[in-house]
Design a protein. Sequence first.
Length: 436
Amino acid sequence: MSLKDTLYQKIEAWRPRTKKLLKDYGDVKIDDVTIEQTVGGARDIKALVTDISYLDPQEGIRFRDLTIPEVMAKLPKVPGSEMPYVEGHFYLLLTGEIPTLSEVQEVQAEWRKRGGLPLYVVETLRALPRDAHPMTMFTAGILALQRESQFARRYAEGMNKNDYWDPTYEDAMNLMAKLPAIAAYVYRMKYQADIHIAADASLDMGGNFARMMGVDKPYDDVSRMYFILHSDHESGNVSAHTGHLVASSLSDVYYAYAAAMCGLAGPLHGLANQEVLKWIQNVMKKMSGKLPTKAELEAFLWETLNAGQVVPGYGHAVLRKTDPRYTAQMEFCKKHLPDYPLFQLVNMIYEVAPGVLTKQGKAKNPWPNVDAQSGVIQWYYGVTEYDFYTVLFGIGRALGVLSNIIWDRGLGYSIERPKSVTTAMLEKWAIEAPKP
């Protein structure tokens, strides 16, 4: 029998053990956590510290204790635009303070100075096959930059651990400044006939990214909104946690954020927005391009659920109400694309889906999350390449992940090293647990 066949038999024989543990003994405590939490991905175990953001089940994400509406209202706005400077949001995440316009402009000037791509990064991207996934290209560009790491150089030279945050800050600023250029280069190379658009030093990050992408206004505001809304989500999500984990070994931010992007590329994390858009477009296709009635939409929702599938864009691991990030995007769409059929369908789903999911009774949260319409906005403005949406997510998520890593270094947090247990140990705890 081959190795693979032997392994298959072992897996098939093992699965019932795990299922029984979860079904019959999930609430048994081992130390201070339950078997269900141990087997189920450490769900809800409070074992990470961050002051950058907090996800409240009822209020949604708070950035430095400010709600999303408060952040959008308080941060300085780009002249002639509805949305704040992304540079100002980064200042807020790092310091916990709302920056003045001059402080925002200081960050803008720093990113402008640091934003050029070295030729070897461009050559690395160009060496990849054109059919490589854009997240592969994006991650490769990040990793190629590792040779620039000031932290790696200064650590090798020897430095006091209380100073670790300093070169980490420099690396984070350099990487943050270059991410939009890497992403835009990948997009133009892969999808736009390899015709590139130079940066404009007079523009802020959001405006410059839209320019390099080749998408007209108000896509600059779409970019600012998108990057801010996706910037952080506590430290327990896969991308942020991966960044924290790798950086905890004192790997520099290039290694850490490249690893974070490998996590973001997973279907259960960063790919959700494109799955939502595909599902919405499939509804329109079944209706021959016409908006369904609410009764037709309800039938389609039940068809999806009865097929053992989920309604993409609905539900959340923590939230128990409509995601404020969804609401922020909805308000933008109401102003800029109110008659767009896909947005109208998004709104109709918002009216119908929660009731269907509540009747089904399986969803802990029947309300929409951030992914429920973000893909629709990108599609409307001509960015119709599904696979690129996660790259956009990756630019924004860097704001929070890099802020957290800087603070981790500043406070001297330890290397992350949880303890594992065996299935046999869990079964022993389960059998010996006091009976209720």
